[in-house]
Structures are given as C-alpha cells and as structure tokens.
Write a protein that binds this ligand. Structure first.
Ligand SMILES: [Zn+2]
Length: 80
C-alpha cells in the first residue's frame, strides 16, 4: 500500500484519499484529528511529551475498529 502525500495520483482518488484520524486522550480531555500517516507519531509524541511515554492517548476506538481491518495492522497499532 502506497501512501502518497497530497493524494494526487490522477484518476481514481477514492483509495488514495487519506482519512483524518481522531485521536483522543481521556486524561487531557483532548480530541484532535491528524492525517493518517501522522497518527502513530502524533500518538507517540503526545504520550511522550505529556504522559512520560504511557499509552494514554490513542486513536478513537470507534474509528479504530473501523480502520483496523484495513490499515491499523500496517502501523503496528494493534500490538498494544
Ligand atoms: Zn494526554
């Protein structure tokens, strides 16, 4: 699977469109959307900066379930 920034591959764009993924942090009470390619980094960075590396922030569970079959495994997000 190729992730192309901008998603401009010409022709059909449905599969190359990158969804924005909601990230929620119950401890901070924050919810933010980041482009899919940045999700892993955003979650890790937030937890590192604010929670000493604890896995507090995470992808919104609802969306996660929806995406899991398609992409989450590729990012290793299912390992925790
Ligand atoms: Zn937080």
């Amino acid at each position: 699977m190729v992730l192309s920034p901008g998603g401009d591959t010409g022709g059909m764009s449905d599969e190359s469109e990158l969804p924005e993924i909601p990230i929620v942090c119950p401890e901070c009470g924050t919810r933010s959307r980041v482009p899919f390619p940045d999700v892993e980094e955003a979650v890790a960075g937030h937890n590192e900066r604010l929670h000493d590396g604890d896995g507090v922030a995470a992808v919104d569970p609802d969306v996660f379930d929806h995406l899991a079959d398609h992409v989450a495994a590729d990012l290793g997000l299912l390992e925790e």
